[in-house]
Design a protein around this ligand. Structure first.
Ligand code: AMP
Length: 220
């Protein structure tokens, strides 16, 4: 299964991508996580990436494409992958298609998770992320058992700098301008499925599973 998960920030792509990755035994590949790893290394490149991310802007395609290319070449991605947060614009989508084509591969589906803007602002302001394993929580809707501590790995939970309300609104604007055109792009290729991203996490997961029905391997 080679799947792209599309959707605005806070649509639940990360949570869904992780759940599906576990179900299908393939990796979740998140460009945001790859970039945050680079930022943590405190290099010149990391500082440059952070200057875009902190403002809610897209990081230049060149860096993102390099990180994704390196990640998809790893052995665990041979069986398939779930792309989360990539591609973010048509240029990235075309580069992905070209790279896959070279390897004799193609995408199976692009699933867009649809959530209204106001719901997103509400969700993101309460979001907390694990510094160690990137698991996500929400202070009201999905709190960890112990405040500030990850249930899965015991890592520290923090609020991402770009989850502040003003930055979220900028990220939504960037989504509308740069990323939404991908719905048409994948629609024209006959790969697009749209699912309602409002509701319980497991209900949204069921909707995604039914959208990719026929392509997905049976659960283990
Ligand atoms: P995310 O974790 O997917 O919400 O991404 C967080 C931030 O990382 C975004 O607001 C962008 O600044 C940057 N980013 C993530 N993925 C991409 C991408 N595919 N292209 C450009 N910038 C990205």
């Amino acid at each position: 299964m080679r799947l792209v998960l599309l959707g605005p920030p806070g649509a639940g792509k990360g949570t869904q991508a992780r759940a599906l990755a576990t179900l299908w035994g393939i990796p979740q590949v998140s460009s945001g996580d790859l970039l945050r790893t680079v930022v943590r290394e405190d290099s010149e490149l990391g500082r440059e990436a952070a200057s875009y991310m902190d403002r809610g802007q897209l990081v230049p395609d060149e860096l993102v494409l390099k990180l994704i290319d390196e990640r998809l070449r790893k052995k665990d991605a041979r069986k398939g992958f779930i792309l989360d947060g990539f591609p973010r614009n048509v240029m990235q989508a075309e580069a992905l298609a070209k790279g896959l084509d070279k390897a004799g591969l193609k995408l199976d589906k692009a699933v867009a998770v649809i959530v209204p803007d106001e719901e997103i602002v509400k969700r993101i302001s309460g979001r907390r992320t694990c510094a160690k394993c990137n698991a996500m929580y929400h202070v009201a809707f999905e709190p960890p058992k112990k405040p500030g501590v990850c249930d899965k790995c015991g890592g520290e939970l923090y609020q991402r700098e770009d989850d502040a309300e003003e930055t979220v609104r900028e990220r939504l604007k960037v989504f509308a301008e740069a990323t939404r055109p991908l719905l048409d792009y994948y629609g024209r290729l006959g790969l697009l499925e749209q699912v309602d991203g409002v509701g319980r996490t497991d209900d949204v997961e069921k909707r995604i599973l039914s959208a990719v029905n026929g392509v997905a391997p049976p659960p283990n």
